[in-house]
Design a protein around this ligand. Sequence first.
Ligand code: PEP
Ligand code: MG
Length: 758
Amino acid sequence: MSVAPITPMTQSRRLLSRLRDVMAGSGLAQARLDKIVRLIAAEMVAEVCSCYVVRPGEVLELFATVGLNPEAVHQTRLRVGEGLVGDVAATARSAAIANAARHPKFAYRPETGEDPFHSFLGVPLIRDGKVRGVLVIQNRRPRVYADEEVEMLQTVAMVVSELVAGGELGDKGEVAASEAGGTLPARIEGMPLNDGLARGLAVLHRPQLTVREMVADEPVREVQRLGTALAAMHRSLDRLVEITEDSGIGEGLDILETYRMFAEDRGWVRRIEEAIQSGLTAEAAVQRVRNDTAARMARITDPYLRERMTDFDDLATRLLLNLSGKGSQAAVGTLPDDVVLVARTIGPAELLDYEQKRLRAVVVEEGSATSHVAIVARALGIPVVGRCADALNIIDPLDVVLVDGDNGQVFVRPSEDAFGAFEQSLAVRAERAQSHAGLVGRPAVSRDGVRVSLNLNAGLLIDLPHLASTGADGIGLYRTEIPFMVRSAYPDVAAQTDLYRRIFEQAQGKPVTFRTLDVGGDKSLPYFAAETEQNPALGWRAIRMGLDRPAMLLKQLRALIRAAEGRPLRIMFPMVAQAAEFDAVSRLMDRELSRALGQGYVAPSDLQIGAMVEVPAIFWQLDALLSRADFLAVGTNDLLQYMFAADRGDPKLANRYDTLSPAFLNILGDLAAKAETAGKPISVCGEMAGRPLEAMALIGLGFRSLSMAATSVGPVKAMILGVEVEALADFVRSLRRRDSASVRTDLHAYARDHGLIT
Ligand code: PEP
Ligand code: MG
């Protein structure tokens, strides 16, 4: 008689179906959880299996165990982040550790009696994107858990999370209190992601996608269901592209194309299919892969890449909606005329699902300035406030919501006074926007005749139409890594050439400064295995990578030369720390140019190569750099971070060091002066250049070229038209000698006294 071998897949299916029986059984949730940990321990040959549940106040409580001291249940508590279990919860990442007690994160809890158990495998319990608990197995013998075991526990965790998140386990009172919205006015402090003011009624974008059926007996049928849902999702994305094209916001298209690419990503679909093979339903498998993505997201600190992961999340939601036969969430029900969309996170395709003419603002619990939703919202011209903690709990459907995208504030159920004040601001703003629109055709020239060149920072094709709509002089910074990051595969020379050519064409003769790839460190590309670095911001990135592995940089330069097709070409290199590095990249540029000419390509009519000043060290080799580079661009975002040793992405440091501190103004002023002496153009392309007050300081320091987001061009230009540069320069010079932490108030007073900023 032949016996079918027990593969990890069959073992996983067996365990899942037994779990299903327990879940479906009668009895209290606690009793079911107790059974579940016993079942898992037995099936996975573990001496311990424990389940910790997140309680209010970010505390993990031991809720069930087999193997540890039963007295510790409901007694042992750990903070999220404390110990190995806390670390799994904090990072939403599984951890397999052969000798737990030796691990630096280990937190000893004598009451548990865990001393004899050396090896540890913990996986997060995730539901609706939130960590709800941690499932742990432990063994006496120090052993390395196999990938299959980690996978199996993760799959099981899907099912257990249902029980844990179901609300039956904890104190219902506590949960209900924290989930109830209120009727009192509330203000939520967030992060401005796109400016503007708007009011409307709240529509909560909270896809109700509780996956009810977790376990399936017929994987073949589930794979078929997945195929059908994928096809439906593709059709709906195609339709969305058409609608977007028709509605004239063609800018969103580039992103939707990227979406389609993500959706077709074989890796993604394959992982879902594998999860189905392990015994899950199609829905649970999608959810499982989404949880893995969330875990990966926790490891990425680069905000841009985190957002790309959010795009996968968006796709997962779409797929789940299709599997449940609901189609898009936005299509369900009728919407008020003025919609303020409130979401944990929302992808661009989901955003575009909402009828654009009703959409007034977006409020998200997550998000960053580089999020796709922020980019699309910019194209739609609506304000976005991100990082609004708990917004979905505080705001109830159809609440009146006022969104202040300028200051990152959201007013919920405002009082009559607040409402009235807001109406006034709206009126003032509308007036100002109209007057900025009137400036589009005017050059930015100060009262005393100083011309300032205003340029755009761009990264996607959707930014190009703003050249015409703002009247900007050119693209001062084209971040080439952005199109690389949103793709699911590395673009070859032909694809890059095509993209760069389109940029040239859309720029219609206005100059574009292409910055070569600024990736590496934690800004890794989705299709390259990333190395973990202790300090990614100080790591192997930008031209450091380009110099060590020149193939990628050379290909990019090749594509740029080909795309220029005889037009003027401006290229700049990021993170130049030494003049010698600039020499080395210049040699690569020469090599590529000779190669292109040898192959019969036309040389650019004018080739200008520049360096970004972002690493303070280059300041002490500036003369050498200025003698070699055709131009410089100051990346103040990074320069500030490296000068003050303050991570630019850390919200806790966001307001600690000011760009308007005398120290920073001094280095900027010296940079401008040295470039002028050397006769080389210098510009500023960090975020500060787009804020009127900071732009005013920069002009006072001697800068005559600024590069910024499209929305900043009008306000900065209005400031320039009113300023007397000579007097301003004197004033700014006096500020450089101050020993205070910031001269912001002084500059503000100057701007107000001179009617420069309203
Ligand atoms: C900067 O560092 O200021 C800059 C413009 O580059 P990025 O923000 O892309 O690092
Ligand atoms: Mg930079």
